[in-house]
Write a protein that binds this ligand. Sequence first.
Ligand code: FAD
Ligand code: SIN
Length: 527
Amino acid sequence: MKPSIKTVDFLVIGGGVAGLRAAIELAPKGSVLVLTKDKPTESSTEYAQGGIAVALSDEDEVGIHYDDTIKAGDGLCREDAVRILVEEGPGLILELISWGAEFDKEGSKLSFTMEAAHSRKRILHSRGDATGKEIERVLINKARSFPSISRFDFAFTLDLILENDRCVGATVLRHDTVFNIFAKAVILATGGAGQVFSRTTNPMIATGDGIAIACRAGALISDMEFIQFHPTTLYFPAAPPFLLSEAMRGEGAVLKNTQRKRFMPEYHEMSELAPRDAVTRAIVSEMVKTNSRHVYLDLTHLDKEFTKKRFPLIYATCLQYNIDITEDLIPVSPAAHYIMGGVYTNIYGETSIKGLFAAGEVASTGVHGANRLASNSLLEGLVYGARTGKQAAHYIDKENIDIAGIESYPEGFSDKASSMSALDVEKTRSTLRQVMWNKVGIIRCGESLSIAKKWLDKKNAILDMSFQNRRGFELKNMLTVAQLITDAALARKGSVGAHYRSDCKSKGDNWQKHTACRKDQTVTWID
Ligand code: FAD
Ligand code: SIN
C-alpha cells in the first residue's frame, strides 16, 4: 500500500493536556497538526478527577510544593525539573483561568483541597470531581481559536520517520489508509500505559504507544519500573476499576478492612493521607490478612449533601452499581494508574533523537521521581507541554530543516498481514495484562519478574508482525512496554517509591541512579 502524504511544520501526537498545551504554544510559529487515535476527548486528561496541584493559596508557597514533591519522589526526583514545575505552574494556571477555566470557589476565592502527601491544601478542582474534563474543554477551545492548528482524529500513529538520525514525521493509520506525515519537529504526547495491566484506571487509549514507538526508533527510555498503583478503585463484580478520587480521603474518608476496622493509622503517621505507594501496600496487606479481594472506603460520617455536591460524578457512578456512597461502605482495591518512567527527556522536552520531543505522561523528565505526588500530573502536562512547544519552535528556527527535500522514506506499514487471528490478538492481550498484574504488579520479586520475562520473551515474534488494525498494533506496543517495565524492575534490586520488591526491601545498590534502556540493549544506569 502506498502511503498518502501530508506535510506540516509541527506534528503533535496526542490531544490531552500536554499535546494541546504544546500545540497552543506552537500555533504562532507555523502549521500544527494534532493527532488523536480516538475521538479528540478520549484521554486520561478527560477523566482526571481529583484536581490540579498548584501553590496559589494564601497558606502555600512554591517552596513547600517543591518539598512535598521531592519527598513523595523518594529520593529520585530530578530537582531542576521539580523546581520548574512548581515555579512555572502558578502562571500557567492563571493563564488557563484567563482562557475560561472554571475552578470551584468558596465565595469569591478559589477552593483548594487536600490530597495524600501534600502538607497544604493546594488542589484546585472543577465541578467537584470533573477537573480533567474542564481542562480538556478549555484547551480544545483555545486550540480551535488558532487557524494554524488542525486536527486529525482516529489517526493511529504506527512509527516515527527518521532521516539521517533526525525525526521528520510519523506513519499513521487512519481507517484503512496509511499516511506519511512529514514535519520539521514531532512532539510525542501520547499519555500513559495503564492498559498493560489487567486492573487499571486508565482509558482504553493508554496502551503505551508513544513509549514503544520511540523505543523502536532508538530513543532512550528511562525509569520504567516505576508504576503508580492508585489505592482506591471500585471493586465490584462486572464493574470496571472506576477511580475513587484521593480527594475523598482528603475530605475525610477513611479506609476499613472487611472486618470494618480502620487500619491506616497502624501503617503510617499520615494515615489515609500517606503517599500513594504506602496506602496501596497497606491495603494489599489488609486484603491478605483478611483473606479478601478488597477493603472499604467509608464516607458515611460526612455530611450527605456535602458528599453529593463535592463528588457528583463518583456519587452517580457508584449509584449505577447500587452503592450509595453517602450510606454504604464502598468496596475498593488498587489498580495501575500512572507511569513515572517513559521517553527520557531533558527539562526542555528534548529526547535523545533530534527533532523528537516528548511531554506529559509519555515523557520521563524525572519530575515525579519514584512516586508521583497526587495531582502533579495535570500540572506537568501544562508546564512541560508549554516548554516543549517553545523548544520545538526554537529547534526549527535554529536548524533550518527542509522536509520538502526528503525523497526516500520507510513505508512503516506492510501489506503482509500477521498470522494472528483477531481472536489470538484479544487472547494474547488479555493474558499479557494478567501476567503483568500478577507478576509485575504492586509487590514484585526476582522470581515473579523472571516468570513474566519468560512469558513475554516467548511472544517476541509479535514484535516483527504487521497488523491490519489498531488492536494488533497496540498489542505489539503493549508487549514492548511490558518488556521494558519487567527488565527495569528486574534490574532494580531494591525497593524505592512505587517499585517494591519483596525479595529486596532495602533501597539497594545504585538506588539514586535512574534505569535507562535502548532498543535491544540491556538496562543501564544513568544520573
Ligand atoms: P492523555 O491525556 O492521556 O492524552 C493522550 C493522547 O494521546 C490522546 O489524545 C490519545 O488519543 C493520543 N494517543 C495515544 N496513542 C496514540 C497513537 N498511537 N496515535 C495517535 N494518538 C495517540 N492527574 C492529576 O494531576 N490529577 C488528577 O485528578 C488525575 N486524575 C486521574 C484520573 C484518572 C481516571 C486517570 C486515568 C488519570 C488521572 N490523572 C490525574 C493522571 C493524568 O490525568 C494524566 O497523567 C494526564 O492527563 C496525562 O496527560 P497527557 O496529555 O500526557 O496524556
Ligand atoms: C485522584 O483523583 O485520586 C487522582 C489524582 C491523581 O492521579 O493525581
